[in-house]
Write a protein that binds this ligand. Structure first.
Ligand code: F6R
Length: 371
């Protein structure tokens, strides 16, 4: 049921304040201000000790689910101190990459049925790793075959393009980072800021959804383009990849997410006055590096659309022609949840304006199961 929305993708983008609330329900603990703030993940509690002792955490997934894990990687590394590596399921299988008994392998999948992810799970089980599932589908193959896990609880996602599952997956993995990090004194302030940030996140998403019309106007401007680049780094490298994936899969426009730190190693050659480029430059530890990226793109006459924190537009935009997208600032590790929303809206509006099927993009299926 689409309610008053025209498409499932539109409905699912707009219901993110609610889906995030459901994802966090009963899992955040915030006792009086003197007591500690933390998380409770029932499905993991018997395995946390083993996870903390593991030599490595490996995230495994495909497409949007892989991107969600990539967004959560920095906070997991920070809070756990355990090296975190990333594997696209098909690539791990192609290489028969090393997976050890001392590894914790985390399988991320909205459907819980994706063939490559499932085969990679089989492979990790054979290699003796502790296998954790993060899925949105209770009773799915991945939920059943992993040793333990966390349900995303985002509610059924009907649109082929994943939107609300993505933001809920990031939140689940941020909570996973908090759970693995435990209640150490050294992490206390950071942990409390993240828990507070999580509580407030649905409100912040409600705020960023107000950019709907602005994103529709931007889509109108980009309707006839051949290509769109999205530059991001650190927490928001994943946002760049995910924004570009949404644009290519539904709006059928070539789009590429680029790690801003790699700009000089190739992508800079593409920059001219015609190719539109979104640069994600919200406030975090890499803000000044992104400012310098903007300057360099501007020096080459790049057609810039800068995503920045509220109040930064005039200082971050280098010239008259530069457009800005101002978003609310949240705790850095949660910023990817906010930043992806305008890009989801942009992909949605571009698709509708270009006259393509938003809910069932050409050649794609919701779940790529084993046939
Ligand atoms: C993109 C998209 C796909 C899926 C991928 C994995 O919007 O939906 O990239 O994310 O096929 O699917 P799940 O998460 O079900 O394993």
């Amino acid at each position: 049921n689409k309610g008053h929305y025209e498409h499932y993708m539109q409905k699912e983008i707009h219901e993110q304040p609610e889906s995030l609330t459901t994802t966090m329900r009963g899992r955040l603990i915030r006792r009086g201000s003197s007591k500690s703030k933390s998380v409770l993940l029932g499905g993991l509690k018997d395995h946390l000790k083993t996870i903390r002792r593991s030599r490595r955490i490996v995230f495994i997934g495909c497409g949007t689910s892989y991107n969600a894990a990539l967004a959560a990687r920095p906070i997991l590394e920070e809070l756990s101190g355990i090296p975190v590596s990333m594997e696209i399921a098909s690539d791990l299988l192609d290489r028969q990459g090393p997976i050890y008994r001392e590894d914790t392998a985390v399988f991320v999948s909205q459907s819980g049925e994706t063939a490559d992810t499932l085969l990679a799970l089989q492979y990790a089980l054979e290699n003796g790793a502790l296998c954790v599932g993060i899925t949105n589908t209770v009773g799915s193959a991945i939920a059943r075959k992993t040793h333990c896990g966390i349900h995303i609880n985002a509610g059924a996602e009907i649109g082929v393009a994943s939107t609300k599952a993505y933001t809920s997956q990031i939140v689940v993995m941020a909570m996973l980072a908090l759970a693995i990090g435990g209640d150490t004194i050294s992490n206390q302030a950071r942990r409390e800021a993240i828990v507070d940030g999580l509580y407030d996140l649905p409100n912040k998403v409600r705020e960023v959804l107000k950019l709907d019309q602005e994103m529709k106007d931007l889509a109108q401007l980009l309707i006839a383009e051949q290509s769109l680049l999205v530059f991001g780094r650190s927490y928001n490298y994943a946002t760049a990849l995910e924004g570009a994936l949404k644009v290519k899969e539904v709006a059928l426009m070539h789009s590429e997410g680029i790690l801003a730190g790699e700009m000089k190693h190739g992508p800079l050659a593409l920059v001219d006055e015609n190719l539109p480029i979104v640069v994600i430059a919200t406030r975090d530890a890499c803000f000044s590096k992104q400012q310098s990226v903007i300057q360099q793109l501007h020096a080459r006459k790049g057609r810039l659309i800068v995503m920045c924190s509220k109040g930064d537009a005039t200082s971050v935009c280098p010239g008259e022609s530069c457009r800005s997208i101002e978003v609310p600032q949240v705790e850095d590790c949660l910023q990817p949840v906010i930043n992806v929303v305008p890009l989801q809206l942009l992909a949605y509006h571009l698709t509708v304006l270009r006259g393509f099927n938003v809910d069932q993009p050409r050649n794609l299926a919701k779940s790529t199961v084993i046939k």
